[in-house]
Design a protein around this ligand. Structure first.
Ligand code: ADP
Ligand code: MG
Length: 189
C-alpha cells in the first residue's frame, strides 16, 4: 500500500512524515529521491528542483513496483505516484506565509505558495491525477493548522488503518470540499 502525503510547501508534510517514520512506518522523501535520480534540476533559490511531471510520474510508477507493505511518500508532488490514497494536508495560508518567510524564501515564492494553498491548488491537481487513475474517491484533505505533528501522525495512522480495511465510508468527512480559505484570502486585499 502506498499513501501519498501531499500539500502546499510549508503545510507540515515532512514533519508529519518524520513522526510516522519514528513510529516505524516505511517513509520515503520525494525531494531526496528526485535528487538521487539526478534527472532534473538545477535547484532554484529555495532548493526545489523543477521537474517534468510526466517524467516524474513514470519514474514513480517504476519505483512503486518494488514496494512491499505499507509505504508513505512525502512530497507535494507525491500524488503523481500510483498511490492507494492521497492525503492532502492543508494549513492556513497565513501560517504558510509565516513559515516560508522564516525559511528565507523570497517574497514572491512565499506569496505564490500561500496563494496556491488559498485556492486549493495541490488538492485540485491531486484530484485530477487520481481521477485519471479511477481513484478520485481516494483523495482526502484535513486542515492541520492547529494540530501537533503527533496529532497529524495519529490521523494518518487512522486513515491507513481504514484504507487497509477498505472502509472508505468512515472517511467521508475527509473528502475534499471542507477546507475553505476564502476569508483568509479576502483579508489580504
Ligand atoms: P512541508 O514538508 O510541508 O514543506 P514542513 O514539515 O517542513 O512542511 O514544515 C514547515 C514548517 O512548519 C517547519 O518549520 C515546521 O517546524 C513547522 N511545522 C510543521 N508541522 C507543524 C505543526 N504540526 N505544528 C507547528 N509547526 C509545524
Ligand atoms: Mg517537506
Amino acid at each position: 500500500m502506498l499513501i501519498a502525503l501531499s500539500g502546499t510547501p510549508g503545510c507540515g508534510k515532512t514533519t508529519a512524515a518524520e513522526e510516522l517514520e519514528a513510529r516505524g512506518y516505511q517513509v520515503h522523501y520525494l525531494t531526496g529521491m528526485i535528487e538521487g535520480w539526478g534527472q532534473f534540476g538545477p535547484p532554484d533559490e529555495t532548493g526545489s528542483v523543477p521537474v517534468d511531471v510526466d517524467e516524474l510520474r513514470d519514474l514513480l510508477g517504476t519505483w512503486a513496483e518494488g514496494l512491499r507493505g505499507v509505504n508513505v511518500l512525502d512530497g507535494h508532488l507525491s500524488y503523481l505516484a500510483p498511490a492507494d490514497a492521497v492525503l492532502v494536508l492543508r494549513a492556513d495560508p497565513d501560517t504558510i506565509r509565516k513559515r516560508l518567510s522564516s525559511r528565507n524564501y523570497p517574497e514572491g515564492k512565499v506569496m505564490e505558495n500561500a496563494e496556491a494553498e488559498g485556492i486549493s491548488s495541490v488538492l485540485i491537481y491531486a484530484l485530477m491525477e487520481m481521477k485519471d487513475r479511477g481513484r478520485e474517491e481516494r483523495v482526502f484533505e484535513r486542515d492541520i493548522t492547529d494540530l501537533t505533528p503527533g496529532e497529524c501522525a495519529d490521523w494518518a495512522v487512522k486513515m491507513i488503518s481504514a484504507l487497509k480495511g477498505e472502509d472508505l465510508k468512515s472517511l467521508v468527512r475527509y473528502r475534499p470540499g471542507k477546507v475553505d480559505w476564502t476569508e483568509v484570502i479576502s483579508g489580504w486585499y
